[in-house]
Design a protein. Structure first.
Length: 266
C-alpha cells in the first residue's frame, strides 16, 4: 500500500484549480457541440448562450468541411473521439494488467503529457456525518477526500439507485445537473472512469494522482449535464466536490493508469 505526502491540504494540487476548470470547460463544450441537435430544448431557454454555441459550431463545421447552414447534417463523433480530438488522447476501461485487479483504465489512443487532467472520479458526494453505512457495505469504490467528504463511485446496487435518485431530484426542467451515463456502458463523459483506476504496486509505479476540485457557482448550467457527481443532501448550499486524476508523468498509448490511494497530510 502506498502513501503520498503533502504539507497541507491547500498544497495538494498538481495543477491549479483554474487549469482544472478550463480543461473541463474545453471538453464539455466539445461534447455539447458534438451533440448539438439534442440540446435544442436547453438552448431555447438560453438565447444568448445559443448564439455563442452557434458561432462555435460554425467554426467546427468549417474545420470538418460540413455545410454550416444545416447543423443537423453535422458528423457526430463518439465521446471517445471527441476526447481525442479535444485533448489529444482517449481512455477506456479494460481488464487490468495486474493479476486479480479486475478492471483498469488504459490510454487507448494518443499521448498524455505530465500535468494533464486525464480522468474524473464519479459518484454521489457525502458530507461529514451523512448516512452512508448501507452504501458502504462491501463497496470498494468509496473515495475519502482530505476534509472527510466521501464520494461513492460504485455503479451497482444501492449506490447506483441513490445516485440516480439524487440526479433526477435535482433536475431543473430540461437542465440536468449531473451525468447519469457513467452508470452505464455508454458514457456521455468519457473521463468518468476514474473509480476503476487501480492502485500502484512495486512493479507498477503511480502515474496519476487524485486532486480535489470544487465546482464554482458560475459553472455553465448547460454543461452540468456532463458532471459525473451529485450531492446527497439537496438542502445544503455549497459547491459540488469533484475529484480529478492528474498525470504525474508523460503517459503513452497502451499504458494503464495507476494511482496512489492513500494521502497523508502533515
Amino acid at each position: 500500500r502506498t502513501l503520498r505526502y503533502v504539507p497541507e491540504s491547500s498544497q495538494d494540487k498538481i495543477i491549479s484549480d483554474e487549469d482544472v476548470f478550463e480543461t473541463l470547460l474545453k471538453i464539455f463544450k466539445a461534447l455539447f457541440i458534438n451533440d448539438f441537435s439534442r440540446q435544442a430544448h436547453i438552448l431555447a431557454l438560453l438565447p444568448e448562450v445559443r448564439c455563442q454555441y452557434m458561432k462555435l459550431l460554425t467554426v467546427e463545421q468549417k474545420r470538418s468541411k460540413v455545410d454550416s447552414c444545416n447543423h443537423q447534417n453535422q458528423h457526430v463523433f463518439s465521446p471517445e473521439e471527441v476526447l481525442f480530438n479535444t485533448l489529444g488522447f482517449s481512455i477506456t476501461r479494460d481488464r487490468s494488467s495486474l493479476v486479480s485487479a479486475g478492471t483498469g483504465v488504459f490510454v487507448t489512443k494518443g499521448f498524455v503529457p505530465k500535468g494533464t487532467l486525464v480522468s474524473m472520479y464519479p459518484g454521489t458526494v457525502y458530507r461529514k456525518h451523512e448516512p452512508i453505512f448501507f452504501q458502504s457495505l462491501g463497496n470498494p469504490f468509496i473515495f475519502r477526500c482530505i476534509d472527510g467528504i466521501l464520494i461513492d463511485g460504485n455503479d451497482k446496487g444501492l449506490s447506483r439507485s441513490v445516485y440516480r435518485s439524487c440526479s433526477r431530484r435535482d433536475q431543473l426542467g430540461p437542465f440536468q445537473m449531473s451525468d447519469e451515463s457513467w452508470l452505464t456502458s455508454a458514457l456521455q463523459n468519457p473521463l468518468a472512469v476514474g473509480q476503476y483506476v487501480n492502485n500502484c504496486s512495486h512493479e507498477k509505479a503511480a502515474n496519476v494522482c487524485y486532486q480535489e476540485f470544487d465546482v464554482p457557482g458560475y459553472f455553465p448550467v448547460e454543461l452540468k449535464q456532463y458532471l459525473p457527481n451529485i450531492v446527497y443532501s439537496h438542502d445544503i448550499e455549497s459547491q459540488l466536490r469533484c475529484v480529478v486524476l492528474v498525470t504525474l508523468r508523460d503517459i503513452k498509448q497502451g499504458e494503464e493508469l495507476f494511482s496512489n490511494y492513500y494521502t497523508v497530510v502533515n
